[in-house]
Design a protein. Structure first.
Length: 569
């Protein structure tokens, strides 16, 4: 692991903010590191409200989108809400469809089949619209590159409104409206919204024309917060507002579908991490194992008894997903070892029998193991479908784009992408991708990095500090959980290994004459030898609060540790 200490921010700015807020230097430093330098900026950060949201009509084509939907309602047209099969797409469909259905009945939903239709807008979906006399399709979390699909729909007198957050190509589809803040000609103040976030801006615009109060949108924010967490977009600006309030909805009054999903979790309070690792995988499991329609049915259900039935089915899908994920990961690791490709700059593996619904998860697992840009392929019809994951700071989408001549289709983000290609192009693509990455990646990026916010001493850790750190939540890209470093600490002799394979490390750590603090390091059990006989170690960690029977205590979550330069305290 590479330990990288963040650059110390301007001391004048830190002192000024410290005085304005009457906080200790650690808190002021963390805020300035996050670009928060004034009292007003800190107030918005710690107390975000819906009043902080931007006017939705600042987004290019929003007026056109609202006008077309209002026209459809006035003319009693049938509207189809179309979205991708992942968490962002299904939550977006559930959000827009349930909002429209609250005052207009002629609304249907459509999620493409992952295996039959693939990602994004499909010709089959457009044909479905034609067969059902639907004249307006609202596409969410997809469509920004669907030039031909929109042209095809136009020949059938079906209009499109596209709500996407992916990078556009040189040309945008000839739709009635294309809502995407990443358009070069869009001046919207915030361009990091997810697909469900764009859908939220659309209902916000529709609601403003209906004179809805800002509080009218709160019941929809459990969906938006779930999508933001799952899609790993920055939790800054508008996303921070939507996530913070959305988490409050999840914990106080979630929709029936989410309530049914979480009621057996045994958690008193859901954090953004819990959404990522508990709620999101279950919603995703529907589209991965069976069909994304099941997720939409769950998220739009108002009857808790029916929602519990849907949730039980999705729980079964998630169990199947975990079994598949584990087995395919084992097979992929074996293939890499047999082909002696551990020293490549990339990981690219293929097996025609692998389940298409979990190859993205497997790609993430392989990235964790070898820490390099990773592609996992399987057979999909008469072509191969692939899922890509990347390492920190490397744009895998651009690398794939460099190899576009071998591909039939591709799309995605900096750290995650998908693609299809003909089987005969697989080996040539694999070679080209390895060459592109090898010649463009900084070798340092192939070593996992821990970014450290500050060096502190144990005497700095207090209940007041923890209360203020808790107010930094929700954490995520752009506002990661603060990471600290402390030097010359030692275990008091209670160190032990945990886990079935003794992969985790439990310590009780002291620094000089400080009180001991319990610490747990997940996945760092192999470093226990560094902690024996009260040897000095340097540690990198986050500060957590653990709860037991309603009582809270401080616990350090170790990210890494190393032998200290000092031999003894």
């Amino acid at each position: 692991m590479r330990w990288t200490l963040k650059k110390t921010p301007d001391s004048t700015k830190v002192q000024h903010l410290q005085q304005e807020l009457n906080v200790e230097p650690i808190i002021a430093t963390l805020l300035v590191q996050r670009g928060i330098e004034t009292f007003e900026a800190a107030k918005s950060f710690f107390r975000p409200t819906l009043a902080d949201l931007h006017d939705p009509f600042l987004m290019k084509d929003m007026e056109k989108a609202v006008t077309r939907i209002e026209k459809a309602i006035f003319n009693n047209e049938n509207i189809l809400v179309f979205g991708d099969y992942d968490v962002d797409g299904t939550t977006a469909v559930a959000l827009v469809a349930s909002f429209l259905k609250s005052y207009y009945p002629n609304v249907a939903t459509y999620i493409p089949d992952r295996y039959d239709e693939g990602y994004g807008i499909s010709y089959k979906g457009i044909d479905y619209a034609e067969d059902n006399a639907i004249s307006l399709i609202i596409a969410l979390d997809c469509g920004i590159k669907s030039i031909d699909h929109v042209t095809y729909a136009n020949t059938k007198s079906i209009d499109f409104i596209i709500c996407d957050h992916h990078l556009p190509g040189e040309e945008v589809p000839k739709a009635v409206a294309v809502l995407d803040p990443k358009r070069s000609d869009c001046k919207y103040p915030y361009d990091e919204l997810c697909g469900c976030g764009i859908g939220f801006k659309l209902i916000q615009a529709l609601g403003s024309n209906l004179n809805y109060s800002v509080d009218s949108y709160i019941p929809y924010l459990d969906l938006v917060a779930t999508a933001i967490a799952a899609d790993i977009v920055p939790i800054t600006g508008e996303n921070r507002v939507l996530t913070k309030i959305g988490l409050e909805v999840i914990n106080s009054n979630p929709r029936a579908g989410i309530k049914a999903l979480i009621q057996n979790s045994k958690k008193n309070k859901f954090t953004i991490t819990d959404v990522v690792f508990y709620i999101a995988p279950r919603i995703n499991a529907a589209g991965r194992i069976k069909h994304g329609n099941e997720a939409v049915a769950l998220l739009t259900e108002y009857n808790i008894n029916q929602a519990e039935i849907y949730a039980s089915e999705i729980e079964n899908h998630n169990t199947n997903r975990k079994d598949l994920d584990k087995q395919i990961t084992i097979e992929a690791l074996l293939e890499i070892e047999l082909k002696k490709e551990q020293n490549n700059f990339t990981t690219v593996v293929y097996n025609e029998k692998w389940h298409k619904g979990v190859i993205g998860i497997v790609a993430s697992r392989l990235t964790e193991t070898y820490y390099r840009p990773t592609l996992v392929f399987t057979k999909s019809g008469d072509k191969l479908a692939g899922s890509a994951r990347s390492v920190k700071e490397f744009d895998v989408y651009k690398a794939i784009e460099e190899c576009a001549s071998y591909l039939d289709q591709f799309g995605g983000h900096k750290y995650a992408a998908g693609m299809t290609l003909k089987e005969e192009n697989y080996e040539a693509f694999k070679i080209a991708f390895e060459k592109v990455v090898k010649t463009t990646i900084n070798p340092d990026l192939l070593i996992p990095e821990i970014t450290i916010d500050l060096e502190i001493n144990f005497t700095d850790i207090s209940p007041k500090l923890i209360r203020l750190l808790n107010q930094f939540e929700p954490f995520g890209p752009g506002n990661m959980t603060p990471v600290f470093k402390s030097n010359s600490v030692c275990d008091t002799g209670h160190g032990r290994l945990l886990g079935k394979e003794e992969e985790h490390l439990k310590l009780f750590i002291k620094q000089n004459d400080s009180e001991g603090i319990p610490a747990i390091g997940f996945g760092v059990g192999k470093k226990i030898a560094l902690t024996t006989h009260k040897k000095n170690i340097d540690i990198v960690y986050c500060i957590d609060e653990s709860e037991y029977n309603g009582l809270y205590s401080i616990q350090l979550r170790l990210k890494d540790l190393s032998a200290s330069l000092k031999n003894e305290i």
